[in-house]
Design a protein around this ligand. Structure first.
Ligand SMILES: [Zn+2]
Length: 205
């Protein structure tokens, strides 16, 4: 986050991400976190504040205050997820929430009724509970197909995030937004930041 700040990046919203080259030229980035982990609340929120960035967390509406048991099969370990009070504090600090289904199922394998239930009720539950508009969706496990993307749009979301790598440029499908994973060895992200800094004011539209 400090590298992004030093490079001159500023927080945008996911609706900007679909806006093409102007958003990139202005250095607009969107910091996203999947699943609503309590460790984001604990570890990332102070850094976000220090850097003046806003972020969005994609919440699994049926697991607020629980643990991410859908990942238990991977290594037997689970982590605590934010509870209601923590999500309220997250919002109070100027951050946003998006929906990540009710129970973190793989959507393409579900029949239509169950798929709609996962997508639509996660939006409604979060909006009712927290009193904010929930317009951004994120596909659990990055799994989606046209049928899933169509339903996300149909129930009223404005964007959806995948786990496919890349920068969102002009003409990107707002229901198939690209992202870059920021880990210690996130060369793709470092490369993009360097390139962005180099091009600076010479950016051509
Ligand atoms: Zn997830």
């Amino acid at each position: 986050m400090r590298e992004l700040l030093d490079a001159g990046m500023v927080s945008g919203d996911l609706s900007d991400a679909a806006g093409g080259v102007q958003a990139e030229k202005n250095g607009k980035i969107v910091i996203t976190f999947d699943d609503g982990f309590e460790n984001v609340f604990r570890n990332a929120m102070p850094v976000l504040k220090e850097c003046g960035f806003r972020a969005i967390q994609f919440i699994v509406s049926g697991f607020i205050g629980k643990r991410n048991s859908w990942d238990e099969a991977l290594d037997g370990l689970t982590e605590p997820l934010m509870d209601e009070a923590q999500i309220r504090e997250w919002l109070a600090q100027g951050h946003r929430i998006g929906a990540h289904t009710r129970t973190h199922r793989r959507l393409p394998s579900l029949p239509s009724g169950a798929m709609r239930e996962e997508i639509e009720s996660s939006k409604k539950e979060l909006e009712d509970r927290f009193g904010v508009a929930v317009e951004d969706f994120c596909y659990p496990h990055g799994a989606y197909d046209q049928r899933v993307a169509d339903m996300v749009q149909e129930v009223g979301f404005k964007t959806a995030c995948t786990i496919r790598f890349g920068v969102n440029r002009q003409g990107v499908n707002p229901f198939q937004l690209l992202r870059m994973t920021a880990r210690r060895e996130s060369r793709g992200l470092k490369h993009w930041v360097r390139q962005w800094k180099t091009r600076g004011l010479q950016w051509e539209i």
